[in-house]
Design a protein around this ligand. Structure first.
Ligand code: FE2
Ligand code: FE2
Ligand code: FE2
Length: 166
C-alpha cells in the first residue's frame, strides 16, 4: 500500500481525472451541437487521455480488491446512494421547484436500487463461467437482465434506446 500522502493524492487524482473525462465528453457533445466538429474531436481526445490518467491513479489505490470484495463494496455504495443521497437530493430539488432535477434524481435513485439487486444476485452465485446478457437504457441508465423490455420500466423509453454491453 502506498504511503499516507500518496494514497490521498492517488484518490484525489483519480476523482479529478474521472470528472474531467466525463466533463470533456459532455463539452464535446455541446461543441457538436454548436457546429464545431473539430473542437468536439479535441474534447473527445483529451477526454480519452484524462481517462487513462484516472485509471492509472485508481489502479495504484487500495480501492481495487478481489472480485468478491469489489462486488460487495459496489453493493454497499449502491445502497447508500439509493437509500440516502438521492433521497436528500430529491427533497431539496422539490423544495426548489427544480422539476427536471427531481425527475433525473428519481430515475437515478430507482436505477441504483436495481444495480444493488444485480450485485446481490451476482454475489449469490459467483460462477466464473457464467456470462449473462445485460442491456442499458440510454436515457436513464436502467439495466435489463437477459431481455430488452418493450419499454424502460423506469423512464418509459422504447426498447430501441437500450444498448448491449459486451
Ligand atoms: Fe490528466
Ligand atoms: Fe449504480
Ligand atoms: Fe430508462
Amino acid at each position: 500500500m502506498p504511503g499516507e500522502k500518496t494514497s490521498a493524492n492517488l484518490l484525489e487524482g483519480y476523482v479529478g481525472e474521472a470528472q474531467a473525462a466525463i466533463r470533456l465528453k459532455i463539452y464535446a457533445e455541446k461543441a457538436e451541437d454548436e457546429g464545431y466538429p473539430g473542437i468536439a474531436r479535441l474534447f473527445r481526445t483529451i477526454s480519452e487521455s484524462e481517462e487513462i490518467h484516472a485509471r492509472n491513479n485508481l489502479r495504484l489505490t487500495a480501492m481495487v480488491k478481489d472480485t468478491e470484495t469489489n462486488l460487495s463494496d459496489s453493493l454497499s455504495r449502491e445502497e447508500k446512494i439509493a437509500g440516502v443521497k438521492y433521497g436528500e437530493f430529491i427533497t431539496a430539488a422539490e423544495e426548489e421547484g427544480e422539476s427536471a432535477a427531481v425527475t433525473m434524481f428519481t430515475y437515478a435513485r430507482d436505477v441504483e436500487e436495481s444495480h444493488a439487486k444485480l450485485y446481490e444476485k451476482a454475489l449469490g452465485h459467483l460462477i466464473a463461467e457464467e456470462v449473462p446478457d445485460y442491456y442499458v437504457c440510454g436515457v436513464c441508465g436502467y439495466v435489463a437482465d437477459a431481455i430488452v423490455p418493450d419499454k424502460c420500466p423506469i423512464c418509459g423509453a422504447p426498447g430501441e434506446k437500450f444498448f448491449e454491453v459486451e
